[in-house]
Each structure stands twice: as structure tokens, then as C-alpha cells.
Ligand binder design. Structure first.
Ligand code: KIV
Length: 266
């Protein structure tokens, strides 16, 4: 199999127009399946609060939870870049952000930490980057703010909100973010942001022109209860095994055939 994926490899992929495949995982068994299928990035998302722990939101997830699941995923992963979420209120100050990011890297095996938001986060991204902690900034729908925004909905539809998101993306890149993740962002805006920044952009519900795609593992395996998110796709349909479903996801992302217009927002 190929060499371990690094941030410089992801930057090279952006330049060469090669799509980045990313999926969430929360344990060693699924990490092994994703790694064997050629996943570029595995995200230990705080979505584990919903899909593993059964909470209604990601807010109850703690640093202990993130460290525990990162350790498990790191055991099963050999090649994919391991990205781990900073959970709700893990970055209330620069000092705590540094302590918590260090824990995710030293105890959890994270190679990139992901944090939601811009604004007050700019200083935190700057300080993490100054200390060589790789950062993915998460814009668009930020599930940790669900109680503030009042639901899970598309972000950046109005002209002023779209401009603010583009400005935030550029500011986060300037602050030293290595990756950008856009969640539930109209496809034209995500396309503009992807063209405007030099760092790789991974989208979820953000259209096909992002540099890569991420989905939640349970969604692509069709085991999430209730109505699946509009941007997700059940890859178990038509697959004979979990390995085949994950491999098809990677292949469709790489080919640019996922997502199609049915899985993004105008
Ligand atoms: O927590 C998570 O799984 C995420 C993805 C939805 C991008 O942040």
C-alpha cells in the first residue's frame, strides 16, 4: 500500500486536482476497513456523541471521549491522516486550546486537530499553528453551536453571510490553518471558497468542487436512525459488504461522481 498521507500530500492533491476522500471512524475495526479502502483522511468526529453515544447533539462530548476514541482509531489506522475534533468548549482560551490539542496529539495520536468557528478562534488557530499543531478550521454549519443557531441548516445563503464566510476562510488560512472543512454550504459559495484559498477544502453538503469530501460512517452504512441528511448517501445499497460500500465511497469521491446535485445545496 501507499505511503502514509501527510498534509503536504493533501496540498499536492489540491494542486493536481486529485480528490481527497475522508470518512469518520470511532474505533479500530472500522479504522482498519477505511484504511484498507484507501481513505486519505480519517476523522474522529465529535459526531460520535450522536452516532456512538446516542445523544441528540455533539455538545455532551468531552475531551476524555475524544482521546479514548482517537486512541482506538489510531490502533487500526496505518496510512490515512488522522484528524480529531476538539469537542465543545475545548478551546475557551488559548492556553486550554494548547493543552487539549496536545492531549489529542500525544494521547490520542491525532495528526490534525479540527475546531469549529472563526472570529475568536482566529487567535487560537494562530497560536496552535505557531507551535506546529496542524489545524483544520470548520466553517458553515457548526453543530456545536446548534442551540445558538436553533437547528441544523444550510449556512451562507444570504450575500452578507456568504461574504463573511469567504472572509473568515481567508483569515483562517492567514492565521495558519492547514485545512478547511465546509459543512452545509451552498455549492456556489463552497466553490468560490475552494478557489480562493490555497489550503485543501473538504466539504460535507458543500458540492463537488471542494478539494475533498467527508461523510459520517454510519450515514453511508445506512444505520443512522430516522431520515438521513440530504447530503449523505447510503453506499450499502448495491454493496455486498461494508468493505465494498466504503471502497465505492472512495472511488466515487475520487472520480468526482459523489456528490451529485441531489446531495448538495444550491
Ligand atoms: O463530527 C463530525 O463527524 C464532523 C463531520 C460531520 C464533518 O465534524
Amino acid at each position: 500500500m501507499s505511503a502514509p498521507i501527510t498534509l503536504s500530500r493533501l496540498r499536492q492533491m489540491k494542486v493536481q486536482g486529485e480528490k481527497i476522500a475522508c470518512l469518520t471512524a470511532y474505533d479500530a475495526s472500522f479504522a482498519r476497513v477505511l484504511d484498507a479502502a484507501g481513505m486519505d483522511v480519517i476523522l474522529v468526529g465529535d459526531s460520535l456523541g450522536m452516532v456512538i453515544q446516542g445523544h441528540k447533539t455533539t455538545v455532551p462530548v468531552t475531551m476524555e471521549d475524544m482521546v479514548y476514541h482517537s486512541q482506538a482509531v489510531a490502533q487500526g489506522n496505518e496510512h490515512a491522516l488522522l484528524m480529531v475534533d476538539m469537542p465543545f468548549m475545548a478551546c475557551p482560551t488559548v492556553d486550554l486550546a494548547l493543552v487539549n490539542a496536545t492531549r489529542l496529539m500525544q494521547e490520542g495520536g491525532a495528526e490534525v486537530v479540527k475546531l469549529e468557528g472563526s472570529g475568536v478562534q482566529l487567535e487560537i488557530v494562530t497560536e496552535l499553528a505557531r507551535r506546529s499543531i496542524p489545524v483544520c478550521a470548520h466553517l458553515g454549519l457548526q453543530p456545536q453551536s446548534v442551540h445558538k443557531i436553533g437547528g441544523y441548516r444550510v449556512q451562507g445563503r444570504e450575500a452578507d453571510a456568504a461574504k463573511a464566510m469567504l472572509d473568515s476562510s481567508l483569515a483562517l488560512e492567514q492565521a495558519g490553518a492547514d485545512l478547511l472543512l465546509l459543512e452545509c454550504v451552498p455549492e456556489p459559495l463552497a466553490t468560490d471558497i475552494t478557489a480562493a484559498v490555497e489550503i485543501p477544502v473538504i466539504g460535507i453538503g458543500a458540492g463537488v468542487h471542494c478539494d475533498g469530501q467527508v461523510l459520517v460512517l454510519q450515514d453511508i452504512l445506512g444505520v443512522t436512525p430516522g431520515k438521513p441528511p440530504r447530503f449523505s448517501k447510503d453506499f450499502m445499497q448495491g454493496s455486498g459488504s461494508i468493505h465494498e460500500a466504503v471502497t465505492r465511497y472512495v472511488a466515487e469521491v475520487k472520480a468526482g461522481s459523489f456528490p451529485d446535485a441531489a446531495h448538495w445545496f444550491k
